[in-house]
Ligand binder design. Structure first.
Ligand code: ZN
Length: 492
């Protein structure tokens, strides 16, 4: 599998490139994680699932992967600017908590939501507040290289000077003048030599509750610095993949690239990857717009945007149905369609295991072709919607065999079983929800028992009892169907 070529779109070169890791057989991957000051929402699900699939696919291809996804717990100020209140400190002030209580609460909630979405934990999950010393060291290097200056106890990156020898804007494809837009600077501008510059270290105002000692002042690091410091610490001066949402490309990743270059003389990253956003009826999701959907709302069906609850695997399927670089629009209709699709493919995966084989059936060339196409799609910049569409071609074959219209031999069945285990389950991470809550065996054991009780009720002509069992199960979302072979049950 490791010989299979993988192409990924590199934001920096603006083209798909053949993936070649720096160290043969091993991949270093860094993804910007959440700033933990509120409930995990739909916007968190997309990057987490996108890079989870990449992590899983790289491992499936045989690479050893070190996946670092950080937790931002300091330095991320309101409006993503260089001034204003720290998002976590603000929440702590409002809720009368210690900032690290806010961090702990929302980190645990984030982990539990990711767990339900089938997102594997990264190899390392470092926190910004645990790496203040490393961040101070990066600042010292940038100062020594002459690309930063000290001003009233704060340290700023000298963008204008850097741009004389390097291209500030190379990642987001802007020239210096264009980078002024999107660089929000609400106050404290006086300390900066130029509005292009950004903070590496900020002197804490007296009311600022999160601060640390440094050679320049009692203060805190700028938001962009943590990712330069932590990626270098865990992945080295140069590593393979850096991912994140497209909203982080500028200024966050642009500044990170400039910091890396100024402090170590190299940009540090081979492949920059950016996932697109989830919109709601074409609009950006936002608390102020009243269309903000937390993952908890989605899973429980609360909030004014939702018609019903959507299970974590439905949400995962919905996200995988779009290519990660395309925008994805949320609607109840789209989620309901995803729910149907998810159930259809899971039912086929279950049926596949019990499919009867025929010794005399010839090899079916379509099956080998489907397998190749699924791998080709995933290797073509993680094209999960195309991979899924080919898996649905396999579903058609499974259903025809089940209905008796087609025969399958043992080796074809095994090939399909491997495809579903390797790709549907292990790479796309789609699990059978009825079985994945850890009680799968219990549920099927109970269902066998209930069906058995109903069977004896029918044999004893206790029609009221057998109907009551059927109706009560329906209320619980379970449909039972009497067939020639016996009784089958499915989740509605
Ligand atoms: Zn970051």
């Amino acid at each position: 599998m490791a010989n299979r070529a993988l192409y990924i779109y590199n934001t920096l070169s603006r083209q798909k490139e053949l993936f070649k890791p720096i160290h043969e057989g091993a991949v270093g991957m860094y993804v910007c994680g959440p700033t933990v000051y509120g409930n995990a929402h739909l916007g968190h699900a997309r990057p987490a699932i996108t890079y989870d699939v990449l992590f899983r696919y790289l491992k499936h291809l045989g690479y050893k992967v070190r996946y670092v996804r950080n937790i931002t717990d300091v330095g991320h100020l309101e409006n993503d600017a260089d001034s204003g209140e720290d998002k976590i400190a603000k929440k702590a002030r409002i809720e009368k908590l210690e900032p690290m209580e806010v961090v702990q609460t929302y980190t645990l909630l984030y982990h539990s939501a990711m767990d339900r979405l089938g997102v594997l934990p990264p190899s390392i999950e470092p926190r910004a507040s645990g790496h203040i010393i490393e961040q101070i060291e990066v600042i010292k290097k940038i100062l020594d290289a002459g690309f930063a200056y000290i001003s009233n106890g704060s340290v700023y990156f000298d963008v204008v000077k850097y741009n004389q020898s390097h291209h500030y804007g190379i990642l987001s494809g802007r020239n210096l003048e264009e980078t002024k837009e999107g660089t929000r600077n609400l106050d404290g501008q006086d300390d900066k030599h130029s509005p292009f510059d950004f903070a590496l270290w900020k002197k804490a105002a007296p009311e600022h509750i999160m601060h640390w000692p440094s050679p320049w002042s009692e203060g805190f690091p700028g938001w962009h610095l943590e990712c330069s410091a932590m990626s270098e610490k865990y992945l080295g001066e140069e590593f393979d993949i850096h991912g994140g949402g497209i909203d982080l490309m500028f200024p966050h990743h642009e500044c990170e690239l400039a910091q890396n270059t100024a402090s170590r003389g190299k940009s540090g990253v081979r492949y920059w990857m950016h996932n697109n956003m989830i919109t709601i009826k074409g609009q950006k999701m936002g608390k102020s717009l009243g269309n903000f959907i937390t993952l908890e709302d989605l899973f429980s069906g609360t909030g004014n945007v939702l018609d019903q609850a959507y299970s974590p695997m439905t949400v995962r399927f919905f996200i995988l149905q779009a290519h990660y670089r395309s925008p994805l629009d949320f609607s109840n209709e789209a989620l309901k369609a995803a729910e149907k699709g998810y159930r259809r493919i899971m039912q086929a995966a279950k049926d596949l295991k019990n499919l009867p084989v025929s010794q005399d059936a010839a090899q079916n060339p379509d099956i080998r072709e489907i397998i190749e196409k699924v791998y080709d799609a995933l290797s073509d910049d993680l094209n999960t919607p195309i991979a899924l569409s080919h898996l649905f071609d396999a579903v058609k074959i499974i259903n025809s065999v089940k209905d008796g219209g087609l025969k399958i031999n043992q080796s074809d069945k095994e090939a399909l079983c491997s495809l579903f285990d390797d790709i549907l389950t292990n790479v796309l991470g789609l699990m059978d929800e009825a079985a994945s809550d850890g009680n799968g065996d219990l549920v099927s054991g109970l269902m066998d028992m209930i069906i058995d009780v109903r069977k004896s009720a029918k044999e004893n002509r206790a029609w009221a009892t057998s109907d009551r069992i059927r109706d009560s199960l329906k209320e619980l979302g379970i449909q039972i169907k009497d067939t020639k072979e016996g009784c089958e049950w499915t989740l509605l």
